[in-house]
Write a protein that binds this ligand. Structure first.
Ligand code: GSF
Length: 201
């Protein structure tokens, strides 16, 4: 299998952490990809019409995307422990909350990179941060109990989202007022799978 990859991508990191945690790193060849919404030249396009990474190519079927599909596929190859049936709908919603934080945080970066200064919208950026902030409050409150216990895709997705905020939006100081989430992340970030996939490595 080949994984179209960029170390800075929080979605790619989700897949890489799943590979580490399920002992499948050696089953995948990483293919460096450089993707930006206004550039449609990257090889990833040949496997994902959306032009986004991660994309996972396989020998026995069409390429898989997006990160939710890829993570579930990889985990299923090893028995599905990251998606326990007993809590599946809560975990998928927690993953969607984390992915939504990533989506908004990435869009904020693109606003600065893909648009000329005179066309950037501060209101757009703050609207995206509003989504991030409300989602963080929900994870720090309603969802915090789902970060406890056995390793799940919900934990991995939240950790990758928080790592991306530190990487690209450190000035927003997401930990302020969210002590429970900050404490959980300080511990989870020490996992070898997280250390092996840091975006700033
Ligand atoms: C989102 C992937 C994504 O936005 C997933 O895999 O879960 N729903 C998808 N990837 C970004 C790179 S990033 O994470 O920094 C991407 O491919 N952007 C290029 C583009 O055209 O938006």
């Amino acid at each position: 299998m080949q994984l179209y990859h960029a170390a800075a991508s929080p979605f790619v990191r989700k897949v890489m952490v799943v590979l580490h945690e399920t002992g499948q790193v050696d089953d995948v060849t990483v293919v460096p990809a450089h993707v930006m919404p206004l550039e449609t030249k990257d090889a990833a396009l040949s496997h994902n019409p959306l032009g986004k990474i991660p994309v996972l190519t396989r020998n026995d079927g069409p390429a898989l995307y997006d990160s939710r599909v890829i993570c579930r596929y990889l985990d299923a190859r090893k028995g599905g422990a990251l998606y326990p049936e007993a809590r599946i709908w809560e975990l998928l919603t927690l993953e969607a909350t984390a992915d939504g934080i990533m989506d908004a945080a990435v869009l904020m970066v693109y606003e600065g990179r893909a648009r000329p200064e005179d066309k950037r919208s501060e209101a757009w950026v703050e609207a995206q941060w509003g989504k991030v902030s409300r989602a963080l409050d929900a994870v720090d409150g309603l969802w915090i109990s789902h970060l406890r216990g056995r390793l799940s895709i919900g934990q991995i997705a939240v950790a990758c989202a928080l790592g991306y905020l530190d990487f690209r939006h450190a000035d927003r100081n997401w930990r302020s007022g969210r002590e429970a989430l900050a404490a959980w992340y300080a511990d989870f970030a020490e996992r070898p799978s997280m250390q092996a996939t840091r975006p700033d490595a």
